[in-house]
Ligand binder design. Structure first.
Ligand SMILES: *[C@@H]1O[C@H](CO)[C@@H](O)[C@H](O)[C@H]1NC(C)=O
Ligand SMILES: *[C@@H]1O[C@H](CO)[C@@H](O)[C@H](O)[C@H]1NC(C)=O
Ligand SMILES: *[C@@H]1O[C@H](CO)[C@@H](O)[C@H](O)[C@H]1NC(C)=O
Ligand SMILES: *[C@@H]1O[C@H](CO)[C@@H](O)[C@H](O)[C@H]1NC(C)=O
Length: 529
């Protein structure tokens, strides 16, 4: 470890002297030199060897090669080199990708290895990985290593990289309920997630304001709960497209259907599901969280989550469980009776636990794992030992670092989001605070630290729709991406600022309208796509 730290600092010194390429996120081990090799797009090809008998083709790699060829060379594909330059340099005309285990038609999972080794030297140019997912990460790195001379020739320097993620769950949350995001916004986000090596799209699909998910078992939910059932919904075809688009980029889709709170939009399409609130002895006409005392509620949830479990193939579902407002439950005489019968006294957390417990049992029976927001843990709901707890509250009831300590001490796995709410913006380079968070800076044993499987950047949608999503996300989310991928030693802000600014320029070149980090300019601003 001491050796690798020294190596890192030597590289850092070289980078600060202005010699590093703009890699983002920074790899675990890298060695580069000034020896450069030209690449002539018309001569260059990607080749692959997937160790498997009679592999007819690998969609994940074939499509990635197409994407990266376009990203690298774009319309300059046929650019002719200066012949003088060709004579004294070794040309690189292929990158050979070796994948040890097949699985081109599978889905990435929490357990997928994303390691890769990239070698560019006089003898060979190859990318070695355990899985196709690792190959995707390596291809992205390769694409960031290629640079262009002022004359327009492409080059890559002699390089040796050994890379792997620090955390296996590197997520980004989009909220498609507070504002509907068109499919193109979601697909575009998945592209940039792949550029920054995020691997989980947390789809906070529905919430109080709207229900855009088109359910085939309960079509009334979207008909009555979406902003517009003709235009502002995600059809089965849309959902399939998102899942496949994500898969081709090594990204898992973790869908969230948050209950029992945050469910106002479910009400119109599912009569009887929500709790009627009372004003004195009369129903007030308004509704609260899901009604936890009716058998019909659990019948509904069984049917609904059976559908969700088959539509979304990832092993994990996110079941929400945050911010349940008890005032409506308190006002309802039937709920009061139920509380008495169950011996819950006046403790509405017990009623919430009763609901969540039953829901978790339903979902477990479908062979799924689940992620929940931290309140489920705080309220001492009995959950399966393999539950993942997502920590999102900054301070209450305790600081998020203390919460990580408590969650892992109880042997649960944890995800950190509290310091990474990117919908919060402040004047100045606010990515720095996000970047400097050290997710394991809590008191705990090595076993506890190993239970933190990663984290998520969250982009809640109150003040965000497709007009401002891209510049608000990028490059700021990149700060979280690097924190979750790179070594914990990579914390130098000067080093990061320069690379993140370069990464942002590269995003512009790739057609992503990422906002500036500070004063300055990019060589290629606002390229048409
Ligand atoms: C690549 O090599 C060129 C010279 O051939 C040098 O100017 C540049 O700094 C090198 N880049 C890296 C990342 O080493
Ligand atoms: C990936 O790299 C990590 C860190 O070096 C190592 O612990 C792990 O065994 C590697 N996994 C594979 C599949 O190579
Ligand atoms: C609800 O289900 C429970 C357990 O299956 C049963 O004991 C109870 O009678 C049911 N209540 C109603 C109102 O149907
Ligand atoms: C950790 O958990 C144990 C029980 O497993 C408990 O005795 C101890 O108080 C907990 N520590 C903290 C800091 O919560």
């Amino acid at each position: 470890m001491a050796g690798s730290a020294l190596w890192f600092f030597l590289l850092l010194a070289a980078a600060l002297a202005g010699r590093a390429t703009a890699l983002w996120p920074w790899p675990q081990y890298i060695q580069t030199s000034d020896l450069r090799y030209p690449i002539f797009p018309h001569n260059f090809q990607f080749q692959y060897h997937v160790s498997s008998a009679a592999q007819p083709g690998c969609s994940v790699l074939d499509e990635a090669f197409q994407r990266y060829r376009d990203l690298l060379f774009g319309s300059d594909f046929w650019h002719r080199p200066d012949p003088a330059e060709k004579q004294h340099t070794l040309e690189i005309n292929s990158l050979v990708i070796h994948v040890a285990t097949p699985g081109c038609d599978q889905l990435p999972s929490l357990e997928s290895a994303e390691n890769y080794t990239l070698t560019i030297n006089d003898e060979q140019n190859f990318l070695f990985s355990e899985t196709v997912w690792g190959a995707l990460r390596g291809l992205e790195t390769f694409s960031q290593l290629v640079w262009r001379s002022p004359e327009g020739t492409f080059f890559i320097n002699k390089t040796e990289i050994e890379d792997f993620p620090r955390f296996p769950h590197r997520g980004l949350l989009l909220d498609t309920s507070r504002h509907y995001l068109p499919l193109s916004s979601i697909l575009n986000t998945l592209d940039v997630m792949a550029y920054s090596k995020f691997n989980v799209f947390h789809w906070h699909m529905v919430d109080d304001p709207s229900f855009p998910y088109e359910s085939f078992t309960f079509p009334e939910l979207t008909r009555k709960g979406s902003y517009n059932p003709a235009t502002h919904i995600y059809t089965a075809q849309d959902v399939k497209e998102v899942i496949e688009y994500a898969r081709l980029r090594g990204i898992r889709v973790l869908v969230e259907f948050d209950t029992p709170g945050h469910t106002q939009s479910w009400g119109p399409g599912a009569p009887g599901l929500l709790t009627p609130c009372y004003s004195g002895s009369q129903p007030s006409g308004t509704f609260g969280p899901v009604n936890p005392i009716l058998n019909s509620t659990y019948e509904f949830m069984s049917t609904f989550f059976l559908e969700v479990s088959s539509v979304f193939p990832d092993f994990y579902l996110h079941l929400g469980g945050d911010e349940v407002d008890f005032s409506c439950w308190k006002s309802n005489p039937d709920i009061q009776d139920f509380m008495k019968k169950k011996g819950f006294g006046n403790d509405f957390k017990k009623l919430e636990s009763f609901y969540i417990q039953t829901l978790l049992d339903i979902v477990s029976a479908y062979g799924k794992g689940y992620v929940v927001w931290q309140e489920v843990f705080d309220n001492k709901v009995k959950v399966r030992p393999d539950t993942i707890i997502q920590v999102w509250r900054e301070e209450a009831p305790v600081s998020y670092m203390k919460e990580l300590e408590l969650v892992t001490n109880a042997s649960f796995r944890a995800l950190l989001s509290a310091p990474w709410y990117l919908n919060h913006i402040t004047y100045g380079p606010d990515w720095e605070k996000v970047y400097m968070v050290e997710p394991l800076a809590f008191d705990g044993t090595p076993e506890q630290k190993a239970l933190v499987i990663g984290g998520e950047a969250c982009m809640w949608g109150e003040y965000v729709d497709s007009t401002n999503l891209v510049p608000r996300l990028w490059p700021r989310a990149g700060a979280v991406a690097e924190r979750l991928w790179s070594s914990k030693l990579v914390t130098n802000l000067d080093f990061a600022s320069k690379r993140l600014a370069d990464f942002r320029c590269e995003l512009l070149r790739r057609g992503i309208q990422a906002q500036p980090l500070n004063v300055g300019y990019c060589e290629q601003e606002f390229e048409e796509t």
